[in-house]
Design a protein around this ligand. Structure first.
Ligand code: CTP
Ligand code: CA
Length: 225
């Protein structure tokens, strides 16, 4: 059906997409995470498949069914997501980092449950690897699209990430507006690349994902020809 409706502009292309939150364990019963639902990443995976791509979806813990006929790899922590990505990206054409990866993990995960005591509790966090940046800095880097979740200075921060992480494109969303983005059905995006930008207005995530994937396909085709 998809083949009849969507022009197969990504036929023969391999796309890896990260989606959802990561979960950083503190002790055997507790973890640190965020409100990402995974919907945008899953919608992008479906949109890429509709355009003919072979998709690998690497997903943190979400309440979504794996999309039909899409190879979905489930991971939990940022480190696990990093490992899974590095194993699959060596032969991919396009990489999309849509996951809300935890920037930090606890320095020392305890093997036993932390017991309540009379004193305050202090945890030390250390930085997780930046999955997207590591992919974009590979010698044989695929075409990369990143996301930027911002509560202020959207454009400036997004352009900073585009440059610092050496990305081809970045899609920024304003997460200070709780009616769109994180954990909601709808989203709106400002997409930036080195020579241009495009606003994708508030829409259902599946519709927005289709618009974004068409834009990615366009930019990818122009950049690689
Ligand atoms: N990202 C990643 N690995 C990380 C952190 C972020 O792959 N450890 C990716 C996200 O999937 C997203 C992009 O980097 O595509 C930007 O994530 P974001 O959290 O907005 O930016 P950070 O660089 O982490 O900066 P900050 O959270 O301070 O804004
Ligand atoms: Ca971050």
């Amino acid at each position: 059906l998809a083949q009849q409706i969507f022009e197969q502009v990504l036929a023969g292309k391999r796309i890896t997409i990260t989606a959802g939150p990561t979960r950083e364990e503190i002790d055997p019963v507790r973890y640190l995470s965020n409100h990402s639902s995974g919907k945008m990443g899953y919608a992008l995976a479906i949109a890429a498949q509709e355009l003919g791509a072979t998709v690998t979806l690497i997903s943190g813990p979400v309440n979504l069914l794996p999309p039909a006929k899409i190879k979905t790899i489930s991971v939990s922590s940022a480190q696990q997501m990093h490992d899974a990505v590095m194993q699959t990206t060596h032969d991919c054409d396009i990489f999309i980092g849509c996951a809300a990866v935890a920037d930090y993990r606890v320095q020392q995960k305890t093997n036993q449950k932390i017991k309540k005591s009379d004193s305050e509790l202090t945890l030390t966090f250390i930085k997780n690897p930046d999955i997207l940046s590591d992919v974009a800095h590979l010698a044989n880097a695929p075409f990369t699209l990143g996301f930027a979740a911002e509560t202020q200075n959207l454009r400036e921060y997004a352009l900073g990430k585009l440059q610092r992480k050496k990305l081809n494109m970045i899609a920024a969303n304003d997460v200070s507006d709780s009616t769109i983005g994180f954990n909601s059905e709808q989203n709106a995006l400002s997409v930036f690349w080195s020579k241009g930008e495009k606003k994708l207005d508030v829409a259902d995530k599946q519709l927005l994902a289709r618009q974004l994937m068409r834009l990615v396909a366009q930019r990818y085709t122009e950049d690689t020809n």
